[in-house]
Design a protein around this ligand. Structure first.
Ligand code: HEC
Ligand code: HEC
Length: 294
């Protein structure tokens, strides 16, 4: 019996080990070459709001983008890193291409696979222009020499090679948003915001046991660990069924008021305060147009 087990266990262990060795070189990538793209700071500052970066990278009362925000998940607590231009505590030693590679391919400065708590599975859809603009805006942030904290997660997951395997299985950078050429500019802009910088699906789309989004149930609602916060469905079908009009939706996204007079709280309250309430009417209108599929 023991012999038979060894016969299975040894090859299995060898297989896992060799997968761990080659995984980092096999992870998919998209072109993150910004050589011909000039960044615009003002557009970038707006895009950092659109991307809701401060929610995870600016701790309450702390310096902007200096990190330290605790993000609790079922795998442990992650801390948003310091992304100010400080040489040691932040990303001051990064090149613009390193930054693009993090946003679009989920890779750190040394090619290591980043944890998808950082929603690069959505940011992968950012245009190169938007990435360059964000980078320019981050260069203007006051450098903070205060380092963020190390992640406090299950030691198993501290090995980033496992994340490389996760990326092979669940991440396809550069996958185009489903094209819908017959749609209006507003609809297409909404599609880009919701699935790209706005990363709405990170909370509104349910996940499988490996923490990857189940795109077959796009925006179908979810529960957020560790406190099981309920996230409603915002698919077109669900919004229609619940009687949402475009005006209601715009109102809700801009000031957080639901049609029945309730105020949206929890993590959606933070999304509205930190991001949606600061967007242009045009962008909020585009989000509503896309969600209602008008
Ligand atoms: C939901 C939380 C969350 C949001 C929103 C978020 N990030 Fe992050 N980000 C993280 C976490 C957590 C990490 C660390 C990932 C890791 O260690 O693998 C990270 C890592 C990064 C890194 C790599 C830094 C490093 O030191 O490795 C960059 C660059 C970055 N984020 C930029 C951004 C920008 C720009 C935005 C907005 C467009 C943004 N992030 C939005 C949570 C977030
Ligand atoms: C960090 C998680 C998170 C993100 C990101 C997020 N949401 Fe939400 N959203 C929630 C939660 C939680 C609720 C429930 C809030 C409540 O009822 O108090 C909610 C509620 C809503 C509702 C109300 C739906 C209803 O029927 O009551 C709409 C509309 C909505 N979100 C749209 C969006 C859009 C658009 C985005 C992207 C720009 C987005 N959300 C991003 C967590 C999130």
């Amino acid at each position: 019996m023991l012999k038979r087990l060894t016969l299975i266990a040894v090859p299995a262990a060898l297989l896992v080990l060799s997968a761990l060795m080659v995984a980092p070189s096999l992870t998919p990538r998209q072109d993150a070459d910004l050589a011909n793209v000039a960044g615009d700071r003002a557009r970038g500052a707006y895009l950092l709001k659109l991307g809701g970066c401060a929610a995870c990278h600016t701790a309450e009362g702390a310096a902007p983008f200096a990190g330290g925000v605790a993000l609790k998940t079922q795998f442990g607590t992650f801390f948003g890193p310091n992304i100010t231009p400080d040489e040691t505590a932040g990303i001051g030693g990064w090149s613009r291409e390193d930054f693009a590679n993090a946003m679009l391919n989920g890779k750190g400065q040394h090619g290591e696979s980043l944890y998808p708590v950082f929603p690069y599975t959505s940011y992968q859809h950012l245009s190169l222009q938007d990435v360059a603009d964000m980078w320019s805006a981050l260069q203007e942030v006051t450098p903070s020499a205060t380092p963020s904290k190390p992640h406090e997660i299950n030691p198993f997951f501290l090995n980033r090679r496992y994340m490389a395997i996760w990326q092979i299985l669940f991440f396809s950078p550069g996958s185009a948003l489903a094209e819908r050429p017959a749609k209006s500019d507003a609809w297409l802009r909404g599609q880009y915001i919701v699935n790209g910088p706005g990363h709405c699906g990170e909370c509104h789309t349910p996940r499988n046991g490996f923490g990857a989004r189940d795109e077959k149930r796009h925006l179908a609602g979810s529960v957020l660990p560790p406190d099981n916060e309920k996230v409603p469905a915002i698919s077109t079908a669900a919004l229609m069924q619940n009687g949402w009009t475009k005006e209601d939706l715009i109102w809700a996204l801009q000031i957080g008021l639901l049609p029945d007079g309730d105020v949206m709280g929890g993590s959606m309250g933070e999304v509205i305060d930190g991001s949606l309430s600061q967007l242009t009417d045009e962008d909020i209108g585009a989000i509503a147009t896309y969600l209602l599929n008008e």
